[in-house]
Design a protein around this ligand. Structure first.
Ligand code: SF4
Length: 391
């Protein structure tokens, strides 16, 4: 008996047969799907489900990474647990297709199964009213051109919504780009942006963070991004810099991908025309929560809802240990599921005690450093905030 026949004999659920049949009919190589239901794999998956059943939590959140063709495992989990959400972050088209067919044959509800970022955005656009804007800001290096091409195609599906993506391009070559941008390949970002824009309908934007090392290349960057499909490019002066007692900007020490120090300098060339948002112009000594005022919220990639992007970014930034030690954040983290869109509706989150009282008390009585820095003039003068310009 060959290995393959032994595997085939193991397929007892007719739905697995159907998935294999669909996958092969589509012209895909179904070898990986076959091996995901091999006797050894089934043994491993059965063991895992048994172990999970012993976990003494009422609502465990289990994150499973790796492994081709997760549908047999999801099938096992479905039989033993009441799953509320299944996220499939696989980007392999064969695996995605096999899972889609499995869900269809099993008649599993579509809304429970989130395929990947593409379908999350598709779903969000579907829910938004006509004329709504949805902006996706990205370093644009992850995933392949096919992914970005499909994502750009959502502009055709949702013609009455404004979906845009902003790609970060920080230089004319890899060396300049990676002075500030981490773990990204400039050429990949450019190719992905081109793929996203190729249908001629999607809103493709780009942005450069300006420091001393790239301030003399703004014209070249502008030309480069236009060649790769950007319809609108803006430049933003980095606002990471503090002044010394003589009023000079101090260098900013940043870590590279290997944890080594990189020294960045403030862009000292004045700009002729700058756009400062009205909210920044009106800043005062007293803290005014800019995001609350403009009725905005920040949802991080992991589903956590934070009051603004400044705080949302700190939750994953290099200073996160210090950030997690603030009383305000400790209180949030104690109950983090209650502020996560995967488990709690946005309405409930903004009506929670943390949002309606704890955060507001903190801003009035014991504000975080970031609140003083971003939403008042206690730490920076208005000129030290982000300046924006276009060519
Ligand atoms: S930094 Fe603080 S005050 Fe400013 S928007 Fe965020 S939460 Fe509000």
């Amino acid at each position: 008996m060959t290995k393959d026949t032994r595997v085939l004999k193991n397929i007892i659920d007719p739905i697995y047969w159907k998935v294999l049949h669909d996958t092969i009919s589509k012209g895909y190589d179904a070898k990986q799907a076959l091996w995901s239901i091999s006797p050894d794999q089934i043994k491993c998956k059965t063991w895992l489900v048994k172990e999970l059943l012993n976990i003494p939590f009422e609502k465990p959140v289990v994150q499973l990474y790796g492994g081709w063709f997760g549908f047999p495992l999801i099938d096992f989990l479905e039989r033993h647990f009441k799953l509320s959400k299944v996220e499939n972050i696989d980007i392999d088209p064969i695996a995605i297709y096999a899972f889609k067919m499995f869900r269809k044959h099993k008649k599993l509800s579509r809304s429970k199964y989130i395929k990947n970022a593409n379908s999350i955005i598709d779903y969000l656009l579907e829910c938004l009213p006509k004329g709504a804007h949805l902006k996706n800001v990205t370093n644009g290096s992850m995933r392949n051109e096919e992914f970005w091409w499909k994502l750009g195609g959502l502009a055709l599906v949702h013609k009455h919504k404004n979906f845009s993506t902003v790609f970060d391009i920080d230089g004319i070559d890899q060396e300049m780009h990676s002075q500030y941008r981490r773990n990204t390949k400039l050429q990949n970002v450019l190719n992905n942006m081109k793929a996203f824009s190729d249908n001629g309908v999607s809103n493709t934007h780009s942005k450069t963070i300006i420091f001393k090392h790239n301030q003399d290349y703004m014209n070249e960057i502008d030309r480069l991004v236009k060649q790769y499909g950007s319809q609108y490019h803006s430049f933003v002066k980095s606002d990471r810099f503090q002044k010394d007692k003589n009023g000079n900007y101090k260098p900013y020490i940043f870590l590279d991908e290997n944890g080594k120090d990189v020294i960045l300098e403030w862009a000292d060339k004045p700009w002729e025309k700058t756009h400062i948002s009205l909210q920044t112009e009106n800043l005062k000594k007293e803290i005014v929560c800019r995001w609350a005022k403009s009725n905005n919220l920040n949802i991080n990639f992991d589903g956590q809802v934070w009051p603004c992007c400044y705080i949302g970014a700190m939750a994953h930034g290099q200073q996160r240990d210090i950030f997690n030690n603030y009383e305000l954040i400790k209180e949030y983290n104690l109950n983090s599921f209650s502020y996560n869109v995967k488990y709690t509706s946005v309405n409930k989150i903004i009506e929670s005690l943390w949002y309606t009282k704890t955060l507001q008390d903190s801003i009035s009585n014991d504000p975080l450093h970031v609140c003083k820095k971003q939403c008042s003039t206690q730490i920076r003068t208005p000129e030290q905030f982000q300046l924006r310009t276009t060519l």
